[in-house]
Design a binder for this molecule. Structure first.
Ligand code: CUA
Length: 396
């Protein structure tokens, strides 16, 4: 066999095999887990089939022609020009196919843009490089005071959730393939995206608009809980602050947190030593004007824009691998001390920009206007890191 042809065959077969290798493909666009994603899937399945058949016919015709009429030194055949009947047919048939596809596509687009049947609203704000989730007061779900979270979007199953997306810096794009298509988060605008999950579970996604150095580290996970489990999650998010036990390592960690972290990170209910509430001022320190609210941090499975797991591999696999009837209970257990991914959390506290690139030159701690982009290097001592980890573990 010709050498080029041989390598072409190897590459083709190799990619086919490699593409079918993934046993765990959480961002597979062919596995819808909710009605919005199903609408898209119902469009792409038949179009893929029709396009696939046409593609095979074309490829076969081209291969046949190339072989049958290849140059064997024969005289050049008679040259002709124009064949109106054939040209019109070859224009009309694809136009008809596209018209049929368009009719169904428009129908789906309008259904996906609907907002008047919304049952729950979650405001989603993108910034370099994480998503903030803000649940406005919705008494029917027990949300009696706003909840602010990040990393994981928690929602009840079988509920028409409407995300209201915007951005604090550049354009990002929200995408949980199992639940819907993409929607850009654009500064100065609010755009909506419907999400609904049929079954409890955790659905992975990632930012799909290039948004700077750590675009690839801007991930998200949607956690769908049964209505009862969601109510428990809401109650926990609204639970008051728990002051660490007196003279504990965690209490010393609270002091470190007040000195170092509270400049940017809010923990609701945290008080300064003088009895005044500790209010974070990320707008004075961070370029996007926001940093993740860390109240109830350990109720999330991830940190740093869902780029890293708060759960150790073993514990994470247990939550993600859980069947839909128990995944909620596993998720609500949160991050306990035995399950904490100490390695990554400590590495993050030690030197965050090394874990998640934030500046083209890692030596630059600040950008021109004197504000940080993302979590800076804080030169914390190992002793402070021990105390902080003990403290963060109390934020259940
Ligand atoms: Cu945010 Cu890409």
């Amino acid at each position: 066999m010709h050498k080029t042809l041989k390598s072409a065959v190897v590459v083709f077969v190799g990619s086919l095999v490699a593409a079918s290798c993934a046993t765990n493909a959480p961002q597979d666009t062919w596995q819808p887990k909710g009605p919005n994603a199903k609408l898209i899937d119902d469009l792409q399945q038949p179009v893929f089939a029709v396009a696939g058949i046409i593609g095979l016919i074309v490829a076969a015709a081209v291969t046949y022609t190339v072989i049958k009429y290849r140059d064997r030194g024969q005289p050049i055949p008679e040259q002709t020009h124009g064949k109106p009947a054939l040209e019109i047919t070859l224009t009309v048939i694809p136009a008809l196919i596209l018209a049929v596809v368009a009719v169904f596509t428009f129908g789906a687009i309008f259904k996906l843009a609907k907002t008047d049947d919304t049952e729950m609203i979650i405001n989603v704000t993108g910034q370099q490089w994480w998503w903030e989730y803000d649940y406005p007061v919705q008494n029917e779900f027990g949300i009696t005071s706003p909840i602010i979270s990040s990393g994981q979007l928690v929602m009840p199953v079988g509920t028409k959730v409407l995300l209201r997306e915007t951005s604090r810096d550049v354009i990002h794009s929200y995408w949980i393939p199992a639940l819907n298509g993409k929607r850009d988060a654009v500064p100065g605008r609010v755009q909506t995206l419907r999400l609904e999950a049929d079954e409890p579970g955790i659905y992975a996604g990632q930012c799909t608009e290039f948004c700077g150095l750590s675009h690839a580290n801007m991930r998200m996970e949607a956690v769908a809980l049964s209505k009862e489990d969601f109510a428990k999650w809401v109650a926990n998010q609204q639970a008051p602050y728990v002051v660490p036990a007196k003279d504990s390592l965690a209490q010393q960690g609270e002091t470190v947190f007040l000195n170092q972290c509270v400049r940017c990170h809010q923990v609701n209910g945290l008080m300064r030593a003088d009895g005044t509430p500790a209010i974070a001022a990320p707008d004075e320190n961070v370029w996007s004007g926001a940093a993740p609210n860390l109240s109830h941090l350990m109720s999330r499975n991830t940190f740093a824009g869902a780029a890293f797991d708060l759960l150790s591999k073993k514990c994470r696999d247990e939550v993600w691998g859980a069947p839909s009837n128990v995944v909620g209970a596993k998720y609500l257990a949160g991050v306990t001390e035995d399950c904490l991914n100490q390695k990554d959390l400590r590495a993050w506290l030690r030197n965050a920009p090394e874990m998640k690139p934030m500046y083209a030159n890692p030596a630059d701690l600040e950008i021109s206007n004197g504000k940080y982009r993302g979590m800076p290097y804080l030169a914390l001592s190992e002793d402070d890191i021990n105390k902080l980890v003990a403290y963060l573990l109390t934020l259940k």
